[in-house]
Design a protein around this ligand. Sequence first.
Ligand SMILES: CC(C)(COP(=O)(O)OP(=O)(O)OC[C@H]1O[C@@H](n2cnc3c(N)ncnc32)[C@H](O)[C@@H]1OP(=O)(O)O)[C@@H](O)C(=O)NCCC(=O)NCCS
Length: 224
Amino acid sequence: MNLLRRVIREIRADVAAARDRDPAAQGVSSFEILTGWAGVQALLAHRIAHALHEAGVALAPGAIAYLTRSVTGVEIHPAARIGAEFFIDPGSGVTLGGTGFQRGKRHPTLGDNVTVGSGAKLLGPIAVGDGAKIGANTVVVEDVPPSSTVVGNPGHPVKVEGRRAEGPDADWIHLPDPIAEAIKTLAERISKLEERLAELDGGEAADGDDQGLRPRTGRSSAGG
Ligand SMILES: CC(C)(COP(=O)(O)OP(=O)(O)OC[C@H]1O[C@@H](n2cnc3c(N)ncnc32)[C@H](O)[C@@H]1OP(=O)(O)O)[C@@H](O)C(=O)NCCC(=O)NCCS
């Protein structure tokens, strides 16, 4: 009985959270949210699956999770612990998972009031601090400080405590391109070698005799 009361209380809080956090749910009835919001349905089913899992019931929690995924597109492991007022929208594309086949705690722990953008991947036993925002498509493999905004792959903070992240690695938008740098250096070196070769050849190379370094024209021996 206590279990049922707890589940009903959590479902009420989840519906209220959807109304609070989704601009599209303003003024919408609880019945409509329960029947039309896939994220809320997934959460509702998870509350039941999780309660059964905790009560030691076999098979049913996994079956509920499987059916929920088929209907809503949201897969939540029955063992996952989800706090109150959690809201999922639209509910597919985000992954909270492990990085490999290691044992023990493998999944992330999210604090309160965390926003995770669509397509984001949070991998490993990392901690995401209260109030953090994870940008769409961000890949997070390290702890996220509270009240920070993290974007990119790998995820990096662009804001911490409301201020822009500072330091030598803070400008992730204008990253150097090491491959382009290497090609530029090689091109400069080849140019110098060509000049030197032309000098040694006494100007003959300038007459078109430098077959080694300039692109060949005409029919290729490889055909085509
Ligand atoms: C990244 C995101 C969380 C930022 O949200 P926000 O409320 O603007 O966050 P903040 O105000 O804390 O931070 C914004 C700062 O991050 C920067 N920022 C955002 N995305 C960035 C990126 N990809 N690379 C670098 N900087 C970025 C902005 O330029 C801004 O910096 P500024 O204030 O110095 O100009 C948001 O853009 C996002 O991706 N939300 C997910 C939305 C989503 O998934 N929608 C689908 C729902 S169906």
